[in-house]
Design a protein around this ligand. Structure first.
Ligand SMILES: NC(=O)C1=CN([C@@H]2O[C@H](COP(=O)(O)OP(=O)(O)OC[C@H]3O[C@@H](n4cnc5c(N)ncnc54)[C@H](O)[C@@H]3O)[C@@H](O)[C@H]2O)[C@@H](O)CC1
Length: 469
């Protein structure tokens, strides 16, 4: 798990004040990080086009040109000229080392975007849009310095943005890199140190980036265990019973000792799932909402869901149901809600009366989950998306490993099943949401068929292949 920051300016300042580093030492390391990536992936002699803007992001590009000149065929462009004293000094040094400026931007083996980084604070003008459009049209391998040009404050996408294969980000991970809108623009994200180790550079943060190594699978190391040891998941199976069956199957596969589908009428579930017209007395967690529709009467929901003390995961149709949403007020209960943006919009309107469009939610994903958390800090919110956001008690976790294979009906039902399975096994809500989200994306990542072909059952079948501690 890595820390994530809204901005790194304060951290840079700390480097100067605390460790006595200077701006150009930091830049030397920033450029060194990009140079190391290029040296590792491209043979000496490869052509490298570097386009530098007016701020310090551009200066990183100029320093990179000096560092690689001689070993690589460097073409440095500064289409807006150089303005700051530091930029002039670095350009002087680069030119002294033999770097020539080019006016023409032609395709190269490597394209480095150092036009704007963390300082982009307003819409880019036509000239910048033209440059970015041209860089995007090239076939070379595209590297963004720190943050791709066109990803503005908090990661908001401008009408034109550099489409990086790799973003080499400086010092620490930034929230701007993890908004869903930017996912197709940042490419692979690599962080580099700026002259001190990460531990020395970073301060505290309540935002974390989840990694594959954070996966902790349910374990069965106790030989004297029996099925009761691993909890009993109760999954409400509504109008669209398939959704409940998928969730129940995922719950069972992920280790719940028993899984019961709570049904209204007779259905034929798979043999490893039980079914019952009430929530069994031994149940240790409940999942509700997947394919629910209007299947259960209010009295039933009141008795077995709202008046229950059991940990609960609310999904899908729950968010349109104001009585079910009353559960969110229950502070003593472990509650996990897993809306996608449209469901979040419905839930938020029920809870606050405020209408938030899906577009507004997507453009402000971090702010949205923080606003929810301010009202319901005890509830674990998992906002679905290309980068899932999970938040409880002021701690926000980003799962950046989602992939397009998961964009299919049923994936969310699997996720609810995984969460209820872990809740039933005694995991706290936030831990259940984190681990289930990791298992979901990593299992999907292991699917080897075509990206369009994966079924929810493939995700469930991938679970036994996961490797975690
Ligand atoms: N301590 C530092 O200063 C360090 C800076 N680093 C690099 O410096 C970058 C940040 O540098 P800056 O703060 O100079 O930011 P940028 O280089 O991203 O550019 C900011 C400049 O562009 C202007 N600007 C903002 N939006 C504009 C727009 N739409 N059209 C035209 N001009 C616009 C601003 O007024 C400012 O002059 C980081 O992304 C990183 O690459 C790293 O080298 C690490 C150390």
């Amino acid at each position: 798990m890595q820390k994530v920051f809204k901005s790194c300016y304060e951290l840079d300042r700390r480097c100067y004040e605390r460790y006595g580093l200077t701006e150009d030492i930091l830049m030397e390391h920033a450029a060194g990080g990009m140079a190391a990536y290029i040296q590792e992936h491209f043979e000496a002699g490869s052509s490298v086009l570097i386009v530098s803007g007016v701020g310090n992001n551009g200066v990183d590009g100029i320093v990179l040109a000096r560092q690689l000149h001689g070993s690589y065929d460097i073409r440095l462009a500064v289409p807006f000229g150089v303005k700051s004293e530091m930029a002039k000094l670095q350009l002087q040094r680069a030119q002294a080392a033999g770097v020539y400026l080019t006016e023409e931007m032609q395709d190269a083996d490597v394209i480095v975007d150092a036009v704007f980084g963390a300082g982009l604070s307003r819409e880019i003008d036509e000239k910048t849009q033209f440059i970015v459009h041209r860089l995007n049209s090239f076939r070379g391998h595209r590297i963004a310095c720190d943050i791709p040009t066109g990803l503005g404050e908090e990661g908001r996408l401008m009408p034109m943005a550099f489409k990086a294969d790799v973003t080499v980000t400086m010092g620490a991970y930034k929230e701007a890199l993890y908004l869903d809108e930017g996912k197709d623009y940042v490419g692979k994200i690599i962080r580099v140190d700026l002259g001190v180790s990460t531990v020395q550079y970073e301060t505290g943060s309540c935002t974390f980036l989840l990694e594959e190594s954070d996966l902790k699978l349910p374990s069965r190391r106790v030989e004297t265990a029996h099925k009761g040891t691993f909890g009993h998941a109760a999954v409400f199976c509504g109008e669209k019973e398939g959704a409940g069956i998928i969730a129940g199957t995922a719950a069972s596969r992920f280790g719940a000792g028993l899984t019961t589908l709570v049904v209204h009428e007779k259905i034929s579930p798979p043999p490893y799932l039980m079914h019952s017209t009430v929530v069994p007395g031994t149940a240790s967690a409940i999942a509700v909402g997947m394919g629910l529709g209007e299947h259960f009467e209010q009295e039933f929901l009141q008795q077995y869901l709202i008046d229950s003390h059991l940990p609960v995961v609310l999904d899908a149709d729950s968010f349109h149901h104001s009585e079910i949403l009353l559960i969110l007020k229950q502070k003593e209960r472990d509650i996990v809600v897993t809306p996608h943006p449209k469901e979040f919009s419905a839930m938020w309107e029920h809870l606050t009366g405020e209408c938030l469009s899906v577009e507004e939610i997507q453009k402000n994903r971090f702010e949205t989950v923080r606003r929810f958390n301010a009202c319901y800090p005890h509830v674990t919110l998992l906002l679905k998306g290309a980068n899932m956001l999970i938040m409880q008690e002021e701690r926000l976790y980003i799962n950046p490993m989602g992939n397009a294979k998961l964009s299919k009906g049923g994936s969310g039902d699997v996720l609810s099943g995984l969460i209820v399975s872990l809740l039933a096994q005694g995991y706290p809500g936030v831990e259940a949401a984190i681990q289930a989200s990791l298992a979901l994306v990593l299992s999907a990542g292991k699917y080897e068929g075509a990206s369009y072909a994966m079924l929810p059952t493939d995700i469930i079948e991938g679970l036994p292949l996961l490797e975690g501690s």
